[in-house]
Structures are given as C-alpha cells and as structure tokens.
Ligand binder design. Structure first.
Ligand code: NDP
Length: 393
C-alpha cells in the first residue's frame, strides 16, 4: 500500500508508469506530474488503472513542495532530466519523502556529470531519516546491481567492463534513443576510465574495439565513454584488487559520421550564441530539429544488450563472466508504447521505487545501487520484463 509520485512524462516515465500500474500490490496510488500536463494526461489515458496527473515545474522547489504535500507520496520517482535532480532532492528533504532517480545531476551550462553534488546531501538525508537512491536506470542502475551480484563469484576482480549495445534500427538518418540533448552531451564529452587507482581522461570516442554480443547480435564496434557508475563502482571494487574499469557503448558508423559533422559545424555547443538578436544554445536548437525519441517507438526494430563483463579469479583459478539482459524494441513498444532504451531504464526505475516503498532497501542517507543487497532487485528484474542471463567463459 504505497503512493508514488512520478516526475516527468517522457520515454522513461512512460515505461515506469506502466510498470507501477502492473505492480498494483505495491503502488496503490500513482501520480504523474510534469512540465507539460497534457503529456501526463496522454500517458494516463494509456494505462490500465486510473492515475492522477499534475503540472509542475521541477526547477521550482516551492511548487514541488506544495505538490508533494498535497499528494503525500511515500516515494518520489524523478524521471525528468538530470538538471532537476537537486531541486527535487531539496523538495524531498523539506517534505521528508524518499527519492529515486535514474541519472546523476548535471549543471545545464557545463557538460559535466559527477556524484559529488548529490553525495553532498548525505548528512541532510540521514538527519531527516529519509533515503535517496541514485541512478536506478539500466546503466547506471542495473549495471551497479549486476556488479554487486557478480562479486560472489570472485575473490579478486581485475577488470570490470560495462558494455551497452543498441543493435536497433529506427530507419532515421540521425536520431538519438533518449533525450537528444543529454545523449549528445554524454557522447561528445571527453572519455574517462579507471586504471591502477586513478581515473584517466581520453579524447571523446578515442578508444574502440570489437565485442561479440550474444542473442544473435554478433560482433559490434564499442567505444569507450565516461559513465557515472564508474565513479562509485571503482572504489566499491577496490578491496577486490580492481585494476581497470571501463564503460563501452556501440555506435554505428552512420551515427559517428553525423555526430562529427554536427560537432565540426558547432551544432553540439552548449554555450549561448547570438542569432538574429536572440541568444540560442545550438544543442537545444538541434534537439528541436531531431526526432522526438518518443516518436521512434513504433519505428525501432532489433534488440539491446547491456551487461557487465568481470574478469578475475576465485580460489586461484581464473574467472570470466558476462551478465546481461537482451531487450527487444518491438516487444517493449507493444507492451508500453516506448522502445527498449526507455524500457530498460523505466523498469529498474520502478523497481528502485519498489525497493524503497516496500522497505526491502532501507536508508537513511544517499545511496548508490550497489550499496544494497542485489538479490531482491535481480529477482524483480526477472518478474518485470528484464530477465538476465550469464555467460561463464
Ligand atoms: P525525455 O526527454 O523523454 O523526458 C523528460 C521529461 O521530463 C519530459 O516529460 C519533460 O517535460 C520533463 N521535464 C523536463 N524539465 C522539466 C521540469 N523543469 N519540470 C518538470 N518536468 C520536466 O527523457 P527520458 O524519458 O528519455 O529520460 C528521463 C531521465 O532518464 C533522464 O534523466 C535521462 O538522463 C535518464 N536516463 C537514464 C538512463 C539509465 O540507464 N540510467 C538511460 C536513459 C535515460 P516536457 O514533456 O514538457 O518536455
């Protein structure tokens, strides 16, 4: 018997709302609130149970506080954009409500993301007696839970590689699978990985290699990117003797070609530029031109495969294991009206909220996903549409 307030009504929130509706034994009352209430209403109309909707500017803390006080949720599930994280955390602190998100805070004017801003809330959440669960998407999110789960098979973990493959095709010349602004900021930023006790910076997409994916996907080129979960997972695995931790993502040659041109002509810039007497931010203008990721749902075919490859040893013998999920774009769309990239994020977002709402994961404080027992989360992944598999090499 609990109440969840979902903030945001985009691709990820769409899936999370469908999944909260399915979990009727846990979430008895649901509200979807976002900047544009018409999107919340459209989403509500597609759900199998009545839910409430509201308009809210999640950058406006007093407005959020008022909404939280009127709906009285047990947990706030933040599926707006990373820019809103701190405002929503402030509102949760003021009202004493648990908080879950799927991406770490990013200031709008710098393409830079790290946990320090949210970790700075630890004492305040502890003192208030409430819990914040950070990064409950797939990567971050399931990637952290997979890592915590796999630890049982190792005494020593030499390397962790988180590998994210979207082998789907949406038939567009160039489109991103989730919010274009967030996606392009991530991909065009410098890369970074962990090696021998420190983080090493790379040029954007400087390193790539081939990886052979299961489930008939086959070999694909993967590129090294900086991803937020490495910031918490590298210190977490340090007691296991971790030498190297990296994050990889597939991109087609066509995607890279378009991105290079857009970058070369300045369309991915996030600083203001004067245009006909107005300030515009080129990346935000580009976002307005690109297909809305939500519109790609019915067009996308193929699969995603995201997993963690760990290498090390147990009892002196070498161990190499890949734990992963394969998700089908068309099946995701049939079930929720959103493609697999939103699906693989929205399901764990709901499960994270469920872990807190049921008291399965308990605070108080600010936590990354690997800090809790992975077993109940792994079980819910199987129950709610993201079954996992393992390859033991
Ligand atoms: P979308 O752009 O599809 O949706 C974002 C939603 O947030 C929109 O409904 C938007 O409103 C709303 N919003 C934006 N600003 C505000 C505001 N100030 N107040 C209220 N609502 C606001 O994004 P996605 O659904 O693709 O992504 C949601 C989150 O999930 C992002 O933080 C993203 O980074 C994260 N993510 C995490 C992944 C993971 O694996 N961990 C993978 C993919 C995404 P409007 O409709 O008015 O624009």
């Amino acid at each position: 018997m609990s109440r969840v307030l979902i903030i945001g009504a985009g691709g990820v929130a769409t899936v999370a709302a469908h999944k909260c509706v399915q979990a009727s034994d846990v979430f008895t009352d649901i509200m979807i609130a976002s900047r544009t209430e018409s999107r919340c209403k459209k989403l509500a109309a597609a759900l199998k149970r009545p839910v409430q909707t509201a308009q809210v500017d999640a950058d406006n803390v007093p407005q959020l506080v008022e909404l939280i006080k009127s709906f009285r949720p047990d947990v706030v599930l933040n599926l707006a954009l990373p820019y809103q994280d701190l405002h929503i955390m402030d509102a949760c602190l003021e009202t004493g409500v648990d908080y879950v998100d799927a991406a770490n805070y990013e200031p709008p004017d710098v393409a830079h993301f790290e946990y320090s801003w949210q970790w700075a809330y630890r004492d305040r959440f502890r003192e208030k007696g409430i819990t914040a669960l950070l990064g409950s998407g797939f990567d971050p999110g399931v990637s952290n839970v997979y890592t915590a789960w796999e630890k049982q098979y190792f005494d020593v973990i030499d390397t962790l590689d988180i590998i994210d493959c979207n082998a789907g095709d949406n038939g567009q010349a160039f489109a991103t699978n989730f919010n274009p602004e967030i996606n392009i900021r991530e991909v065009t930023a410098k890369g970074k990985y962990y090696k021998d006790g420190k983080f090493i910076e790379t040029e954007p997409l400087e390193f790539s290699k081939m990886f052979d994916f299961p489930a008939g996907i086959g070999p694909k080129k993967i590129y090294l990117l900086w991803h937020e979960e490495l910031e918490s997972l590298a210190p977490y695995l340090k007691p296991y003797g971790l030498k190297e931790a990296r994050f990889w993502m597939t991109f087609s040659d066509n995607y890279i070609k378009h991105l290079e041109v857009l970058q070369d002509v300045g369309m991915t810039r996030i600083d203001p530029v004067m245009y006909e007497g107005h300030e515009i931010i080129p990346l935000q203008f580009l976002k307005a031109l690109l297909p809305d990721p939500a519109s790609l749902g019915p067009l996308t075919k193929g699969k995603t495969c995201i997993g963690c490859l760990l290498q090390g040893s147990k009892d002196g013998k070498p161990v190499k294991r890949f734990v992963y999920n394969v998700c089908d774009h068309e099946e995701s769309f049939r079930e929720t009206g959103a493609q697999a990239v939103s699906y693989t994020t929205g399901v764990p977002a709901m499960i994270g909220a469920m872990m807190l709402a049921t008291g399965t994961w308990k605070g108080p404080g600010v936590f990354n996903m690997e800090e809790f027992d992975p077993a109940p989360f792994m079980q819910k992944l199987n129950e709610y549409g993201l079954p996992w598999e393992e390859i033991v090499y």
